[in-house]
Design a protein around this ligand. Sequence first.
Ligand SMILES: [Zn+2]
Length: 142
Amino acid sequence: MVAEASFVVHIPATIYQEMVEHVSAGYPNETCGALGGVDERAVKHYPTANAAERPDDFSIIGSADLLRIYDDISKYDGDLIYYHSHPITEAYPSLRDIEHAKHNGYLYIIFSHRHHPDLPYARVFKIDLQGQVTEGEISIDE
Ligand SMILES: [Zn+2]
């Protein structure tokens, strides 16, 4: 029996392709970016630099990029969906990811390059204030 996904994030195939290219270009470092979402449907892609001190170990969007993205997303009353890649580990939130997510409230899309040189794959999660992780489903729409 397959459990119903608790939520679904819809991503147009063109945007998903851009995300895969962005995280692949950053490999073997962690790479990050954001999507602007309306009703859990991605409408815009914001690839960014990774501002973490050690990009091989963590990823974070710099404050200037974040302000620019927030400003744009507010124009269409969207939500920020955060995404980043794990070069080696599973596409699942690390303890550090969970600590950050608890405070920022973003949906988290995580790519994994575990099967490199095969293309990275992605999973999506909601992380609540207690750090409880719930997985959703990514629907890649034409
Ligand atoms: Zn992570």
